[in-house]
Every structure is written in C-alpha cells, then in structure tokens.
Ligand binder design. Structure first.
Ligand code: AMP
Ligand code: MG
Length: 482
C-alpha cells in the first residue's frame, strides 16, 4: 500500500495501551472511490488544509486507499449493552487512522467508517451504504450548527462497490472526527475481558488524555464518574432543546467526552410528544424523546458499575460512593433542564414559580400536537403560526401571562434567539435530500446544510416556518447500522 506523510500530523496514543484494547488493521482498499462530500472548513481546523482543492488526495486518504505513513491504524475493542443486553462489539466496520493535531493544538480522532472488515466484524461485511454515511454527515453537521457537542464529518466517499442490505446499494465511507471514541462500552469491555492492571492503565490513560484536571485527585474514579455524568446530562438537555431523538442510546453509543455519537436511527421530532420514536427496532420506546435522560442514567449506572473496584477496596463502600454521585443525577438534570427551557422562553431570572410556565406550555403543546421548533420560533418572533395551539384559549391565556412575565427582561429576546433554532433537518426533507444525493443530485442536501448553518440567523427569512406534510411522521421509520 502506498504511504506518504504530506502534512498529516497524526499520533496514535491508543496503541500505547495494553494490546487487548485494539487490533492493528488497515482499511481494505476500495475499487473506484469518488468524493461525494468534503468539509473544507473542518479540514482547515484540523490542519489538513493541504487536502483542500485536491480531490485525488482527499479521495485517496479518506477512502483508506492511501495511508498517511505516520498512521498506525487500529480497530478499537469495546462491548456494550444494546437495548439492555450485554454484547461484545468493537469496531466492526471502522478504523481509527490516528489522532490529528488540529490548529488549536487539540488532538482529534480520525476514523474511517465503512472501511472494511476487522477482527470485530462478526458476520458483518465491514461496509456501510452511501446513503447512511451521507445521513450521518448531514445529521452530525446539523448538530454542530445547532451548537450541540457532536462528532463531526470530514468527508463522504462513494466506494464504487455494491453493498447488500435488503437491496443493492452504493457503498460509502465516512471520515468521522471526534475528540474520542471511548465509550461506556469500552469500560464494560475492560471490566469483562481485561486484567485489573490493564483496566487500571486504561483508566489512567482516559484521565490523562481527557480529564487531566482530575489526575491529581484523591478519588479520580469518583471524579471521573461525576464529570462524565454531568457531561452526559448536559448533552441530553441540549438534545431536548432542539427536539433531537438519538434513537439508539446503547452504552456503546455513549462516549465519555460527552459528544453525540452514532447517527444511525436518529431523527428530529416535529409535533411535540415525549413518546416520539422513529427507530424501526425500538418497539417499546426505550429510547423515545422523553426517555432520553432516564436512559442516560441507566447507562451511567453501568459506567459506575465498571469503576467500582477502583473507587474503593471495600466494595460496599465503593457502591455507596458511586451511588452518592448517581443520586445527584436527578437534581442536576432537573435544574439544568428548567434552565434550558427558561432560555427557550426568555426567562433570564427564573423563580421557582416560573416552572409552571414550562409545565403548562408543554402540556398545551402536547395536547394540540404543536410543532416543537415552530412553537418556540413563534414565541421568539412574536408571531402566531398555523398550529391549532395558537387558536386555543388556554394557550392565549398562557401567552398573555408569559408576555407580562418577560416584558421588562431586556435579555429575553437575545437568549431566545440563541436557543430556538429556526430550522431543523426535517425528516421528510432529509429523506428526499438523501434519495437525490445518492443519485448524484446534491441540491436539496446542500440546501439543508445551508439552512442549518444559518439556523440561528434571525433577521434572514424571518417568516420561513418549516412545515411537515400531514401523516409523514406517523409512518416514518429510521434504521440502525445500514
Ligand atoms: P452500530 O449500530 O453502528 O452502533 O454498530 C453496532 C456494532 O455492529 C458495532 O460493533 C459495529 O462495528 C458493528 N457493525 C455494524 N454494521 C456492521 C457491518 N456492516 N459490518 C461489520 N460490523 C458492523
Ligand atoms: Mg455504535
């Protein structure tokens, strides 16, 4: 395989870990790669500007056909609870090229997803469909524009090879960029399959690399639990702010640095209903919109369980210490959830009694099946919209009281504009854009990206409410791992 260094500044600190944490493996070459999307701005931030305007280089490197010669590619080992059941997993179709030093001197994992089989592939083909990789590109970049912590997407390549799912599809490779690919499931893997010493080395590595502030602490593992817990709560609250449903919050899809990862079956909610689920396999609504914080708690309990031997020698004491931290979940979530919701309705100096504004509004929105994004957009614009909510007398009363409440608050509007997006990637638009993009027409895809890049730009297209065709969401289904 041809290798060249050019301007890559890759390291791979992960391979300094005990070898049980990864397998060295190279991407499997593809026949006829073609570049479909490239994120120039991100490549600049990553100090990969030399790639810009050189399609053959981008295509070579980001299809895995050419390796930077300072790359030490690996597939990471991990396990996880999927829908509550423990399973051994690992990167079955992804390869970590290494950690690229960005312009701000931070290191970012660059991973090729869909790059061929690895020792963790089980019965899978190691590949991904072009459509699902484009979907990840669109959704992750939309989340970035919504100001939500997320893995990023550097490029999508059409492999020129067929991928068989229920039908024949074009293959795709996504280059995923993330500060980390260490999952709660990586800790579960260490607990079940590694020696105590190797697990300890891994924890030290995680703390040193991601949370150096706690490395000198007397109780680093409880501090780690607390920090990861808060990051996950903050993340879930930011999802709720924009109506995002992750769709598959398995413990392998939760990274300990608190970014959104794994864009398989995710979707945005249109009509407000906490029970909303789009994932085809989530039959009982385990990962429904309104359950996401409960599942985060569940996942964090699993995380805590893996840390017990390192929290205290006496396991009863360790359980007490971990439980004390987990017990803070509820108050931390509730306080920060209300703060976020207050920002959506522009209350910047909340008092306890203001919680009723949120509770009442959500109840009315659910009752009248109001569009989540458009309701808050309407409040921000001080305009009504077509939803029945705006004709309801209860809502009109609410509106009157709310206007009275915020009328002297100078920062109200500023904070609402920052927290209420104008656009979200609407399900019907995403599907149509993807169908066109895989057939070579990227116009709609570009349009969504452009709208999302301007999703907080009040003042432009002020009265552009997005609408969802009647009945679309009722039958809409999303899929994992395609
Ligand atoms: P995901 O649904 O992307 O979280 O994947 C769950 C697990 O299945 C991970 O271990 C993936 O690497 C693996 N996996 C998913 N699709 C494939 C595939 N086509 N080939 C090999 N492994 C896969
Ligand atoms: Mg996953």
């Amino acid at each position: 395989m041809k290798t060249t260094n050019e301007n890559w500044s890759l390291q791979n600190s992960y391979i300094e870990l005990p070898s049980s944490f990864y397998k060295k493996i190279k991407p499997i070459k593809v026949k006829n790669p073609k570049l479909v999307y490239f994120n120039e701005k991100l490549s600049k931030q990553l100090n990969l500007e030399f790639l810009n305007n050189d399609v053959s280089k981008i295509t070579g490197y980001l299809s895995g056909n050419i390796l930077p010669n300072n790359s030490n590619p690996i597939a990471q080992a991990y396990a996880g609870h999927q829908f509550g059941n423990f399973t051994m997993l690992g990167d079955g179709r992804a390869i970590l090229l290494g950690e690229q030093k960005a312009l701000d001197n931070r290191f970012f994992d660059i991973q090729l997803k869909g790059s061929g089989q690895t020792p963790f592939s089980r019965a899978g083909d190691g590949r991904a469909t072009l459509s699902s990789m484009l979907r990840e590109y669109l959704m992750s970049e939309s989340m970035y524009f919504l100001n939500i912590p997320t893995t990023r997407s550097l490029a999508v390549i059409n492999t020129g090879e067929s991928v068989f799912r229920e039908t024949i599809n074009n293959g795709g490779i996504l280059s995923r960029v993330s500060s980390s690919h260490i999952r709660v499931g990586t800790f579960e893997y260490a607990k079940h399959f590694c020696s105590q010493k190797d697990f300890k080395d891994f924890i030290d590595y995680v703390i040193k690399r991601y949370y150096p502030d706690i490395s000198g602490s007397d109780s680093p593992c409880t501090d780690l639990l607390k920090t990861v817990m808060r990051k996950q709560i903050d993340l879930v609250i930011s999802w709720i702010r924009v109506g995002f449903i992750h769709g598959v919050m398995n413990t392998d899809n939760m990274i300990i640095t608190g970014e959104t990862i794994d864009y398989g079956p995710c979707a945005f909610m249109n009509k407000y209903n906490p029970k909303t689920v789009f994932s085809s396999i989530d039959r009982h609504g385990r990962y429904a919109f309104g359950n996401q914080h409960k599942i985060a708690y569940w996942n964090l309990s699993v995380f805590a369980g893996t840390l017990l031997p390192f929290i205290h020698k006496d396991q009863n004491k360790a359980i007490d210490l971990a439980q004390n931290i987990l017990d803070e979940f509820s108050a931390y979530f509730s306080n920060n959830w209300y703060s976020m919701m207050f920002s959506k309705i522009g209350i910047t100096n909340p008092e306890k009694s203001d919680e009723q504004f949120i509770n009442d509004l959500l109840e009315l929105m659910e009752l009248h099946r109001a569009d989540y994004t458009n309701t808050f957009l309407s409040l921000t614009l001080n305009k009504s919209n077509k939803d029945l909510l705006f004709q309801s007398s209860d809502f009109k009363n609410w509106l009157k009281k709310w206007k009275e409440r915020v009328k002297n608050d100078k920062n109200s509007l500023i904070i609402m504009k920052k927290n209420n997006p104008i656009y979200i990637p609407r399900n019907h638009l995403v599907e149509s854009a993807l169908n066109n993009a895989i057939n070579g027409n990227k116009e709609e895809f570009d349009k969504i990206l452009h709208q999302m890049a301007n999703t907080y730009e009040y003042g432009v297209n002020l009265d552009r409410f997005q609408t969802t065709p009647d009945g679309f969401d009722e039958t809409y289904k999303t899929f994992c791992g395609t």
